[in-house]
Design a protein around this ligand. Structure first.
Ligand code: SF4
Length: 330
């Protein structure tokens, strides 16, 4: 493994990234190789991202009531999870959540909505007002995660101050029908392409631990590279009671770290953000996500599950001598 990593070192430090067969070698490596692998991933992260880390935060602005059947999601039409279900929040309530996120040290705030896509005019205007007030009242960058979205809506929201669009592809094209049958992979890829075509910064990644193979993980990593997304969120399954994937946790902390490292070595210059499932899947090893190549994480709560105390996360960042991108640590 050491010789292999030595051989690929120059191309990852040049920003080119590794080849699929090399990515497979990373994922198939044994636990004994973990620290050698993350040593290289850490060098790559430091070269392209320095000591800076991004803190994203989210609000679940519309919860549950979704027409889609994503197997991992507590908000889907096939889930009977015990979660809050509500239609779109008022813009003032979204702003209140953003203000709390800003105080806790986040630099980016994502307005997340359940559902196939943002189509209703009233909801689009509500989100537009929320974006304007967040931009006027906080220093946060604003993102939306609104499912399938068209160019006109993106442009309207961009004029209100929207900075980023988030839309996950979740997994590979081949594996996708195993986790969602109500919309096509093509629609998701098209949404990412549309978002890129508007000049927005685009955040797109996936969820791991849903039964996908190493090959599926690698296929996703290369598609994201091809689509030239700016930021790659990595979620690890947090199997929620009442969802089809309840009880199907199959990741170990070492596997999670190798997935992060593979994503960094395939996409050396992109932002890699560890999102849902960090605490439950990485446990005591979660501070190693940065050494494994991530340069950001979600702080605060997730969509339907609780994150850990934000002050613990900030202490972890201080202990690692990392710096938030906005220079502010709560
Ligand atoms: S992931 Fe999004 S689209 Fe899929 S079920 Fe959940 S809220 Fe709906």
């Amino acid at each position: 493994m050491e010789k292999f990593l030595y051989d690929i070192k120059n191309k990852v430090l040049d920003g080119a990234g590794i080849q699929p067969y090399e990515a497979l070698k990373i994922l198939e490596s044994g636990s004994d190789d973990l620290f050698t692998i993350i040593n290289l991933a850490d060098k790559v992260r430091r070269k392209f991202k320095g000591n800076k880390v991004r803190f994203c935060s989210i609000v679940n602005a519309q919860s549950g009531l979704c027409s889609e059947d994503c197997a991992f999601c507590a908000q889907s039409t096939v889930s009977n999870s015990d979660i809050k279900r509500y239609s779109m929040m008022d813009s003032d309530e979204i702003l209140e959540n953003a203000a709390i996120s800003a105080k806790s040290g986040a630099n980016e705030f994502s307005i997340v909505m359940s559902g196939y896509g943002l189509k209703n005019r009233n909801d689009i205007e509500k989100v537009g007002r929320a974006i304007e007030s967040i931009k006027d009242n906080t220093g946060l960058e604003v993102c939306i995660s609104a499912g399938i979205i068209d160019k006109e809506t993106i442009r309207y929201l961009k004029n209100k101050g929207l900075d980023h669009i988030h839309h996950n592809l979740e997994t590979s094209k081949n594996f996708f029908p195993n986790i969602c049958t109500t919309h096509s992979y093509k629609e998701d890829v098209e949404t990412v392409k549309i978002a890129k075509s508007t000049g927005m910064r685009v955040c797109s990644g996936g969820i791991f631990g849903i039964g996908e193979s190493d090959e599926d993980r690698i296929e996703l990593a290369y598609l994201l590279k091809k689509l030239d997304v700016d930021s790659i969120p990595i979620n690890f399954l947090s199997p929620v009671k009442g969802t089809p994937l309840e009880g199907s946790a199959n990741l170990t902390p070492v596997v999670c770290l190798k997935i992060i490292a593979m994503m960094r070595l395939v996409n050396p210059i992109k932002d890699i953000i560890v999102c849902g499932g960090r605490e439950i899947n990485l446990g005591d090893l979660q501070s190693l996500i940065f050494a494994a190549g991530a340069n950001g994480m979600i702080v605060g709560n997730y969509l339907t599950t609780f994150g850990r105390d934000v002050f613990k996360d900030m202490q972890m960042i201080k202990d690692l001598n990392l710096e938030p991108i906005n220079g502010y640590l709560s």
